[in-house]
Every structure is written in structure tokens, then in C-alpha cells.
Design a protein around this ligand. Sequence first.
Ligand SMILES: C[S@@+](CC[C@H](N)C(=O)[O-])C[C@H]1O[C@@H](n2cnc3c(N)ncnc32)[C@H](O)[C@@H]1O
Ligand SMILES: Nc1nc2[nH]cc(C(=O)O)c2c(=O)[nH]1
Ligand code: SF4
Ligand SMILES: [Mg+2]
Length: 264
Amino acid sequence: MPVTSEVDRSDAAPDGPALPVNELFSSLQGEGTLAGVPSTFVRTSGCNLRCWFCDSSHTSWEPTHAWMSVDDVVAAVEERTPDHVVLTGGEPAIHDESFELLRRLDDDYHLTVETNGTVVPPKGTPVDLVSISPKLASSTPTADRIPAGVEGDTDADAADRAERHEAARVELAALAALVERYESQLKFVVTGRDDMTEIVDLVDRVREAASVPVPDDEVLLMPEGQTREQLAGTRETVADLALEYGFRYTPRIHVDVWNDAPES
Ligand SMILES: C[S@@+](CC[C@H](N)C(=O)[O-])C[C@H]1O[C@@H](n2cnc3c(N)ncnc32)[C@H](O)[C@@H]1O
Ligand SMILES: Nc1nc2[nH]cc(C(=O)O)c2c(=O)[nH]1
Ligand code: SF4
Ligand SMILES: [Mg+2]
């Protein structure tokens, strides 16, 4: 069972550095090269993208949060046992206070930042692993491809939203800066074989733009799916694609084990 406990939350932003935090919990890292490692997750609210498949739509499409001071986030992390912290969201890199939080935790924790790779932290921000999940064309929302439970809107609004997502989803210079500056992984959400041409092309472009190598085993293919049932439909195809292309496969342990229950 994931370890859960209530965090003291107030509605209004407190004085001083604070973050919109949607949830704070401890679980096993479910994805990527550190899958299986006990970790405390800090999930910030707010995102600059709108992936149709977002498994955290309560941070992106319909952001909910309570403000927490950076002091309180640090205290809540310190109350827990894991020595790995995963800062995720939403998109944590859109908040300057995320970088303050990382500086505060740097001495005592292994720090992973999960990001869509469109925003680069200021130079000197401590991060032990940047887990970058660049978004492909297959992530773009359309009028009939929006998260379950989110109300649809007019076709014109949906078209605007799709256009904004398309324009914002890949920032090549940001991707290159992130892989140059930090230990990193490129973790692609794969919906099927049709995504592979774009993945290969984007990895090539990052390799050309960056001054450091991007080895194949730092390129991860992750099956799309928020539930066990959905993953059952994608995982074998994606595992086969990883083998065929020489990239690494990552499971989604929290979905396999807890079916992506809240705070898991
Ligand atoms: C909710 S995002 C938050 C961090 C950041 N915004 C990002 O996209 O990387 C955390 C991770 O979940 C992945 N993800 C979101 N929805 C997913 C889905 N339906 N299937 C597989 N992975 C998903 C994202 O690609 C990312 O790797
Ligand atoms: N266990 C667990 N591992 C995760 N890795 C990335 C997650 C995320 O939603 O950002 C996540 C999550 O929500 N739970
Ligand atoms: S970038 Fe991340 S948080 Fe934002 S909508 Fe996509 S998956 Fe969700
Ligand atoms: Mg999740």
C-alpha cells in the first residue's frame, strides 16, 4: 500500500515562497530508470500543456491545489522515510518556487524532476535526475480526445487548445539544455507504432543540438495507459518496439500494482 497522510493545507497562498501542491505522498517510483525506488512525490498544480491522456488532469486541465509554503513542503518531506524525492505535476518547472524547493532539499535527498521538457531550471538548480517526457503529436487534444470527466467545449475552443498545445509541446533548445546540464532520461509516452518515426526524429534532433551524447538506454518507451485495462492494450506493443528499436522499456508500476489510485 502506498503511504498516505494528510498534509496541513490552507486555501490561500501563505506569505513567502509557496507552491500550489495538488498532492504529497510516498510510493514506489513507478516509471523510468528508478522504477521501484521508495520516493516521496510532490505534485505541483498547473501545466503549460494539455495532453489528452494526462493521468493528472486535476493538475493540468482542471487544476486543483492548496498552497503550501516551501517550508511546509520541506517539513512534510522530512517527516517521511524515503531519501528520494520526485518533483512532478502538472509541470513543476513553470513555478520559480520549485527551484527554491530543490535548493532546500539538495543536501539530504536524491532529487528527480519530472518535466515535459519545455522549461529549463535556472543555472545551478540542483537536480540529480531530470526525467523528461517530451510530448508527441499523439498527445494533442482534439474535440473528442479530452480526459474523462473534463467537460467538452465548443469546437472552436477545442481547435484553439489543440493549436496552443501543438505550438508549445516541443522546445528543442530546452531539451538540449536539460540533457547537457543534468543526468537525464527521455521518457516517451507511446500510444502505438505510429509514434516511432517522430520519436526517432526527435531523438536525432536532440543529439544534433546537444553537446553531450544521448545513449539509447537513456531513451525510454512507456506504454500509454492510466488503468491496468488500458495498459494491457499497449504494453506488449511498446515492449516489442523497445526491443526492435534498441530503446529501453519502462513499466508503469503504480498502475500495474495500484491501478493508479489517488496518491499511489
Ligand atoms: C503527469 S506528468 C507530470 C510531469 C510533466 N508534466 C510531464 O509530462 O512529464 C508525469 C508523467 O506521467 C506521464 N503520463 C501522463 N499521462 C500518461 C498516460 N496516460 N500514460 C502514460 N504516461 C502518462 C507523463 O508523460 C510523465 O512522464
Ligand atoms: N508511484 C508513482 N510513480 C510515479 N512516477 C511518476 C508519477 C507521476 O504521476 O508523475 C508517478 C505516480 O503518480 N506514482
Ligand atoms: S505535460 Fe504532463 S502534466 Fe501537462 S498535460 Fe501533459 S502529461 Fe499532464
Ligand atoms: Mg501519475
